[in-house]
Ligand binder design. Structure first.
Ligand code: SF4
Length: 306
């Protein structure tokens, strides 16, 4: 599956995937200074997200806790993979809360690397981060995009949900047929679905559940709809669908550029399945305009054009 095509033969990036550079009159450089000054990581930078000029320019970002090194090696992901050199930083939650406060965030999105080397898989660090945010920003809403907490799923969910995040997100990432090949032997399609359903059962409050699908990895549109159907069957409220971008020649080869018209159709199909919010578009990422995704789901506006 790895790309062996010379650059000239790789599928060219279509017009609709073009993004703008950071502009000096946006909040981009202020956000960058705050985040770097607080020695925090973001998935925006670690995954080289194409939306960084837009999101940081609007004054938003998605924090990545638990370090820079992920103990998994998904074939589509740019985040550094390996053996983390240090335990979770106990002061990171406080620095993150202070930075979110300085940024004036009203909806904070927190994700992380996988930490299979830590006994609780990082669940306690998530909870500490949520609590620090709620103490510093009592009126903000919090969204966590968590790993699968391999082997300690139930306890980890209890720990995270006890801190009451408003949105619990776990990305299914791809369709059932490709899941193992793309995510490796530790990840499991049905376990991801279970985690989403169980989060809702355990929460004890009306938590929104959310998941994301990357397209262009070799799946068909019918398989994407099937995946959405599985998510709905497990009570998921919000779904995002976005185009895969191959980070390097060592990563999974891009299979196709999904046309905006196909995204539009997928969005309609998601809406027909009953999601509270469907964000589908070439540049959509799980945390793209996450505040609007949450708002759409809560106010029943349904699908949103991107
Ligand atoms: S879409 Fe998400 S990861 Fe990408 S720049 Fe925006 S907030 Fe960051």
């Amino acid at each position: 599956m790895e790309s062996s095509l010379p650059d000239a033969e790789r599928p060219r990036r279509p017009e609709w995937m073009k993004v703008r550079a950071p502009s000096a009159d946006s909040r981009y450089f202020d956000v960058k200074k705050l985040i770097h000054g607080a020695q925090l990581n973001t998935i925006c930078e670690e995954a080289r997200c194409p939306n960084i000029a837009e999101c940081w320019g609007r004054g938003t970002a998605t924090f990545q806790i638990l370090g820079e090194t992920c103990t998994r090696a998904c074939r589509y992901c740019y985040v550094h993979s390996g053996r983390p050199e240090s335990p979770p930083d106990p002061l990171e939650p406080l620095r993150l809360a202070q930075t979110a406060f300085q940024m004036g965030l009203q909806h904070v999105v927190v994700t992380s690397v996988d930490r299979d080397d830590v006994p609780d898989r990082g669940a306690g660090h998530y909870a500490a981060t949520i609590r620090a945010l709620k103490a510093k920003l009592p009126d903000c809403t919090i969204e966590v995009l968590t790993p699968d907490f391999l082997g300690v799923e139930e306890e980890a969910l209890e720990t995270v949900l006890a801190a009451c995040p408003e949105v619990f997100n776990h990305n299914i990432e791809t369709v059932r047929r490709l899941h193992r090949a793309m995510r490796g032997g530790k990840a499991d399609y049905d376990k991801a679905l279970w985690l989403l359903r169980r989060a809702k059962e355990l929460a004890g409050y009306p938590v929104l559940t959310k998941s994301g699908i990357i397209v262009g990895l070799g799946e068909t549109n019918d398989e994407i709809v099937e995946t959405m159907r599985d998510l709905r069957a497990h009570g998921v409220d919000v779904v995002t669908i976005g185009q895969y971008l191959q980070p390097s020649s060592k990563h999974a080869q891009i299979d196709r550029w999904v046309h905006p018209d196909e995204f539009r159709r997928l969005r309609e199909q998601g809406e027909e399945l009953g999601f509270g919010s469907v964000f589908a578009g070439p540049l959509v990422r799980s945390s793209y305009r996450a505040d609007e995704q949450r708002h759409a789901a809560e106010t029943g506006r349904g699908a949103v054009a991107c």
